[in-house]
Ligand binder design. Structure first.
Ligand code: GDP
Length: 201
């Protein structure tokens, strides 16, 4: 399936209506979002567009196989210290999430450190209105016992935060672990939502 960069939005008013179901990726800067997007669609440089200066704070839209839109949401984490940036981020992401074409959110977290209160608060908020799929990245950096520990911690944290029914996938870009599985999940969501109206009447 071919994939192309479509456009980027810096403000909620610029968010496009592309007439297709959307799946969005959200995580801290450096979690491995661009890398995973490229692997999922099988194009090495696709998400390079979203790395260009300025675009890291925008929502970047990619068409996938002409039937699904993948949206790369601006990374969070760096924003906590800067109130103005945080306000802009919240307005843009809220505006994005209110659109009815958003069918699922891929919430990403780095396998090397457990999600913190900022991640969990965000995930709880997102889960109120959206289907969430969790992705733990960079698992090649963990040995077997660290992976087991991460799995247990993740399950406990999700249960404690009433997110226990969410699916969790473990990925490694270097070993390509979990990528095919995740791709199938995204395509299944796309199939399921084909019959639903994208916009309210
Ligand atoms: P983004 O800021 O979330 O888009 O993160 P990037 O995709 O740019 O990745 C940040 C860094 O982590 C880069 O140096 C990637 O090569 C590296 N990286 C991403 N995914 C993996 C992974 O699964 N394993 C390892 N070892 N490195 C990864």
């Amino acid at each position: 399936m071919n994939s192309t960069y479509i456009t980027s939005a810096a403000k909620a008013e610029q968010l496009p209506d592309l007439g297709k179901p959307e799946i969005a990726f959200i995580g801290r800067s450096n979690v491995g979002k661009s890398t995973l997007l490229n692997l999922l669609v099988g194009q090495r440089n696709l998400a390079r567009a979203s790395r260009e200066p300025g675009r890291t704070r925008m929502v970047n839209f990619f068409d996938w196989g002409q039937k699904l839109i993948l949206a790369d949401l601006p990374g969070y984490g760096f924003i906590a210290a800067n109130r103005i940036v945080q306000k802009d981020w919240t307005a843009l992401v809220q505006g994005y999430l209110e659109r009815p074409q958003v069918k699922a959110l891929i919430c990403m977290t780095d396998g090397r450190r457990p999600p913190n209160e900022e991640d969990l608060t965000l995930w709880r908020d997102l889960a109120e209105f959206h289907k969430i799929i969790f992705v733990v990245t960079k698992i090649d950096k963990l040995n077997q016992s660290e992976r087991e520990k991460n799995r247990r911690e993740m399950q406990n944290l999700l249960a404690f935060n009433k997110l226990k029914n969410a699916e969790v996938y473990y990925t490694s870009a270097t070993k390509r672990t979990g990528v095919d599985e995740l791709r199938k999940v995204l395509l299944a969501i796309c199939e399921e939502t084909q019959s639903e109206p994208l916009l309210p009447n």
